[in-house]
Design a protein around this ligand. Sequence first.
Ligand code: DC
Length: 495
Amino acid sequence: MERFKKISIIGTGLIGGSLGLAIKQKGLSEEVLGIDISPLSIEEAVRMKAVDRGSLRIEETKGSELILICTPISDILPALKTLIPFLEPGSIITDVGSVKKEVLKQAEKILPSSVYFIGGHPLAGSEKRGVSFAHADLFKDSLTLLVESKKANAQALERVKNFWEGIGSKVRIVSLDEHEEIVGMISHLPHIVAISLVNSVPRKCFSYVARGWKDSTRIALSPPELWRDICVSNRKQIVKGLNRFIEVCEKVKKIIEKGEKKKIEREFKRAREKKIRYEPMVIAIDGPAGAGKSVVGKEVAKRLGFVYLDTGAMYRAITLKAIEEGIDLEDEKALIEMCRNTDINFESAEDGRIEVLLDGKSLGERIRDKEITRKVFYLARIPEVRERMVELQRKIAEGKSIVAEGRDMTSVVFPQARKFYLDASLQERARRRYRQLLAQNQKVSFEEIKMDIQIRDRKDKKRKVGPLRKVKDALYIDSTRMSIEEVVEKILKSL
Ligand code: DC
């Protein structure tokens, strides 16, 4: 990760302050300078250690390799203009404004050619304002859009991308038109809808509001001056979005007016399906061996058109490799070393499954052998091995709709997911596994399987890192007396 000598943050509010905290937490710069027009804001940023030092004087930015403009959008261009005399060749300037057209046009016109401007837009924030609400994790796992304008310098773009990734954000590079259209639809339009909703409800109703209202109107508390400027800057896209929205509202109004039950239900169904299908969503399924995680997980993924990830297969694959290499499974150091030297990757199979590749190869069905099943715990209990797997699992899920099943999916890997804990009695789980193995012509005894499952349950639950446990907000499903279809339906209904 690149470490800068000096980063300047212009505008030490919520975003600027959070960036400062994140930069300092990750050690991305030797020095972080904060510039603001408000002495109070600077004082607070310094007190919170969001910046090393603060100043009202923009000339202090001299010598900065990276300058982050975090002001409201109407102040971005004025800030840029005042910066010009103090810029040095090779400096990179980026912003966090939620509209880009005018700023990019002007920046490319007024800045010297030896200085690079990259338009940035973190899709993170809050209706709150001010550095006091700043925190280092504001951008963690969020998405930042960077604009690849015609004049954007490729190297500078790459460095800004690395910077955002360095503070934990994901980055998507988009064209200018794409940017304005996307944010018009998914950020600006919802804000207009939220304020209009609040403005159209009679005052007397407000003392009865509950969660649904709060969820749909939280962003109506956003700063008015900021949104005034956004609306004006991106008016073309916002009006386009509003026209579509009004058209849909008119249609819905008509069918409600006529009381057309079927059509009303169809509209709700359409929205629900659209949201489930297109909004990246992780469905995480935890539970003990034989509870039906994989059969159910595969079926849920198939019905929704999601990708399916069997994380047990990852631990099995690395175990098989260790056995094949003759590594002593009690020797943690050797196992960690082997894991470190293994290229663990993935590809999407045609049936929607994620295929795990070790050193570029799939290990096939051998990973299901009884010997592997019994020995996985040697690797699954090692924190370094788990860390690597968790990182890969999160990478696999990036931007996808996915059903992920395994022992720590809800508790560790995907805490934001829709969570399910699938369980069944020991007797039933052993019976299922027994029938499965018989069907594969494997010679096994029922009692042996039951004992194996019992031992595995104990090991999975007692493990120090990522043990199997039911988290509070996971839906518990006891499938002992349920068919696969019933479990699948229950999951689909509760999404
Ligand atoms: O689901 P499975 O039986 O294929 O998993 C094999 C083993 O891998 C299981 O006994 C525990 C381990 N495992 C884990 O520790 N964490 C996961 N996310 C998935 C599996």
